[in-house]
Design a binder for this molecule. Structure first.
Ligand SMILES: Nc1ncnc2c1ncn2[C@@H]1O[C@H](COP(=O)(O)OP(=O)(O)OP(=O)(O)O)[C@@H](O)[C@H]1O
Ligand SMILES: [Mg+2]
Length: 248
């Protein structure tokens, strides 16, 4: 049987009186590409925050490779191999592409407090950063200020930032949101080309993108899992069609 990388048991996240995530249980196996769908406000991002440690779950348990990470700090989860992108763009626009990557690399290194040293003099940093940019097709843009990148290229950079720590589990929160059709296709192909050594959990609104990538799909509605299945099961499920597509 495939080994489980991520296991959630009855995870809830409460904001005041609102149960954004309500007793969610799910398991993702190593190498799997799982897509999380659901209407606006379903609790998808809140669930991601609980897994990445941006927020702490109000109740329930989260295991990563069998280890209880429910109460672990976000940074420690990154070190353990959980990488993520954000729904809202999180790059530093007044720095160059290379500088953004270098900061991410230094952020996870023990010598990060030597940041006053010129970053390119720190052994291996520049070559690692350039290799990372190569992986997402941005090697030619290393010296471009992020504010001058297209929106699609920014998303590529965000993907590179999430890959800096060689994550075993990658959380992608609507990576293609707001992109033009051609940018969307480009980024989607890039995500699809990532090796299976990276397990993926991706939130995606576009049904074609979601079902084109997913081995399995989890459908969230009002904080709860209402269905887990393969693409065909999700497409054909009447409750999903009703809730997600607004049609019976
Ligand atoms: N920090 C917060 N404080 C209070 N309420 C929040 C907070 N974050 C999210 N919520 C609420 O929790 C619910 C779930 O939000 P969440 O962002 O997780 O949904 P989502 O499925 O990611 O939606 P979308 O598809 O629009 O991104 C919403 O009602 C939202 O308003
Ligand atoms: Mg969201």
């Amino acid at each position: 049987m495939a080994q489980v990388i991520l296991s959630l048991s009855n995870v809830s996240k409460v904001f005041g009186g609102l149960r954004a995530v309500d007793q969610v249980s799910l398991q993702v196996t190593i190498g799997e590409r799982r897509v999380l769908i659901g209407p606006n406000g379903a609790g998808k991002t809140s669930l991601f925050h609980c897994i990445s440690g941006t927020h702490h779950a109000s109740a329930g348990k989260i295991l990563y490779l069998g280890r209880d990470i429910t109460h672990l700090h976000e940074f420690d989860r990154t070190i353990l191999g959980i990488g993520r992108t954000f729904q809202i763009s999180s790059v530093l626009v007044d720095l160059t592409v290379l500088e953004n990557i270098v900061l991410a690399i230094l952020g996870i290194q023990k010598n990060k407090w030597q940041i006053w040293r010129h970053y390119l003099k720190i052994k291996g940093v520049e070559s690692k950063a350039l290799a990372q940019l190569g992986q997402v097709g941005l090697q030619g843009q290393a010296d471009v200020f992020v504010k001058n990148l297209s929106y699609g290229e920014r998303r590529q950079l965000e993907l590179a930032l999430a890959l800096v720590n060689n994550p075993q589990l990658l959380l992608l929160d609507e990576p293609c949101a707001g992109l033009s059709p051609s940018e969307r296709k480009n980024l989607f192909n890039l995500i699809k080309s990532l090796p299976r050594s990276i397990t993926m959990l991706m939130i995606e609104h576009d049904m074609d993108v979601a079902l084109g990538l997913a081995d399995r799909v989890t459908v969230l509605h009002q904080g709860r899992v209402i269905l887990e299945g393969d693409s065909d099961e999700v497409r054909q499920n009447p409750q999903v069609r009703e809730i997600y597509f607004g049609q019976a």
